[in-house]
Design a protein around this ligand. Sequence first.
Ligand code: FNR
Length: 188
Amino acid sequence: MAMRVMGFAGSLRQGSYNRAALRAATELLPGGVEMESFDLAPIPIYNDDVRARGFPESVVEFRNGIARADALLIVTPEYNYSTSGVLKNAIDWASRPPEQPFKGKPIAIMGASPGALGSARAQYHLRQMFIFLNAHVLNQPEVMIAQSHQKFDEQGNLKDADTRERIRALLQALLEWTTKLRGSASVT
Ligand code: FNR
């Protein structure tokens, strides 16, 4: 049976390196893996009064997509040494009860930034959130796409061969991690 991955990127802009990295990942999937990309743009700013009246439709779709997926691929930009508000906001919505869907979910993280550390600080903040949410975040390989402006062409194609190889390795490791967790009684 194919493994279904849901991928999402924490940037909304058209020319986003992180969205481009997510597109590249869909081209680099190992055999037996399918990817659905989820667009975070329709998700509103979190308001607990709204949540108390019922999740907005876009949030329902996001939560259902996470629940359905065998694994997640999260692509984060770095804003002020952390993840973007767009991504944090979406995670906050999805994390609310009942049945928060990150629990037990295998997750791979990667990210891109024009800076020297390629979103490393943002990625470690994301990992911290998923301790509370009890997800199973893959440790390695880490994919930090530094100097992202030199790694993509004008159309947003990932042209850097080493980065393509790292993403390929990340997806292969996610497949193996998910398979391993499925066989373990501790999953769910
Ligand atoms: C940034 N940027 C940035 N880069 C970085 O490496 N570390 C940082 O702390 C920050 N901080 C930051 C804050 C804010 C508010 C913005 C708008 C930007 C630069 C950022 O990495 C760059 O704009 C990326 O291109 C954003 O990702 P996308 O949109 O290309 O996916």
